[in-house]
Design a protein around this ligand. Structure first.
Ligand code: EPU
Length: 336
């Protein structure tokens, strides 16, 4: 393992921010990871797929790019299979691996950028499915004691785009592998998320396979979300806010068409994309950055924009949403 100095992180973050890491090491084995932690670096920064981060300045730390690879079936039982996946595997490549083996459970999560090891941190989700639905456990290395610990699903305390690794244990563990339980037959097909059904209808599919659900999800994502390889972005920049029913009723009286999803007896979720679109920001460009024209939740770097300007734009959007709807939008991406 080589520790390099002053390395540009541009190829390592999907927003394409050209900031430098003070030090940088690509980690290919657990042995290397433990060895580097044993040198007691004063400041560490863990990078997975770099798909959920906005870098606004140089990173004054040792950046560890987790590149651990490997996928293996660790147990099979009737109708189920447990698979252990190393943290540095690309998420979508792993989803494709599972579909090729005809293992079900991940098809709705097709084409999400990022790596397997960072997926549990924000409990990635799309089209009615979240990572936690197939998650069994993960192994993680403590940055304080250098010991490996297994976290069960309960211990991860998953929530909407949330987990213990974003809260109480933030920065304290490096996830090295994840175990998933997938179906090997009698797959449970989840198409009740509106856009999937209409996409399947459009293509004339009545009883879809998991591979066909994946295809539909990919078509929907491609129609709305920019490919980070072509246009710098980090997916949804904000979380969809959850508000109380009483607050929602006040908003609905003023905006009768406001979309919403019931999350509990007391609360409703409102699509942040709609709130942002209603403020007039959708499709707005400001030189080399802006708000995506097909999905207002996505901020984009057209090339050469700085993280700071995108952060400023996100604050402007938050202010506009607060002014019109009295709702606080919380960012979904990590900002550094
Ligand atoms: N909408 C608008 N205008 C927009 C965008 C959305 O009015 O510009 C409204 C529409 O009413 C639409 C509704 O919002 O029906 C929902 O839009 P969409 O299905 O695109 O989903 P979303 O709530 O905007 C969430 C996730 C996405 C995920 C999709 C599909 C969050 C923060 N985002 O977006 O996740 O792909 O659902 O499940 O929960 C990500 O996390 O990076 C991400 C892309």
């Amino acid at each position: 393992m080589i520790i390099k100095k002053n390395i540009s992180l541009k190829p390592f973050n999907t927003f394409g921010m050209d900031v430098n890491a003070k030090e940088f090491a690509s980690i290919d084995s657990l042995k290397d990871l433990i060895a580097v932690l044993n040198t007691n670096p004063s400041r560490l920064f863990i990078l997975g797929g770099g798909s959920n981060i906005l870098l606004t300045k140089d990173v004054d730390a040792l950046v560890l790019h987790i590149n651990l690879k490997g996928i293996s079936v660790i147990s099979t039982s009737e109708k189920k299979v447990k698979v252990q996946v190393s943290a540095g595997e690309n998420w979508h490549e792993f989803v494709n691996w599972s579909l090729n083996k005809n293992y079900g459970g991940l098809e709705n999560l097709s084409l999400i950028p990022g790596n397997v090891g960072t997926a549990p941190i924000q409990n990635i989700g799309a089209y009615g499915v979240e990572l936690k639905d197939t998650f069994v456990s993960c192994e993680a290395l403590s940055t304080q004691t250098n010991e490996l610990k297994t976290f069960t699903k309960d211990e991860c305390d998953f929530g909407y785009r949330n987990s213990i690794f974003k809260n109480a244990l933030k920065g304290q563990y490096i996830i090295t592998s994840v175990v998933f339980e997938l179906s090997s037959e009698n797959h449970s097909i989840k198409t009740n998320y509106g856009a999937i059904e209409s996409e399947l209808e459009r293509t004339g599919i009545k009883t879809p396979t998991i591979q066909e659900v994946s295809k539909a999800v990919i078509a929907i994502r491609n129609s709305k979300l920019p490919d980070p390889k072509i246009l710098g972005n980090s997916g949804s920049f904000f979380k969809n806010p959850v508000v109380s029913y009483s607050k929602f009723e006040i908003l609905q009286a003023q905006f009768p068409l406001i979309p919403h999803y019931k999350v509990s007896k007391q609360n409703v979720k409102i699509p942040a994309g709609w709130l942002i679109e209603t403020t007039g920001f959708k499709g707005k460009t400001f030189g080399n950055y802006g708000v995506h024209d097909k999905q207002a939740l996505v901020l984009v770097n057209y090339g050469g924009a700085s993280g700071e300007t995108i952060l400023k734009l996100s604050i402007q959007i938050q202010k506009a949403v607060k002014l019109i709807f009295d709702i606080d939008l919380e960012s979904e991406v990590n900002i550094l």
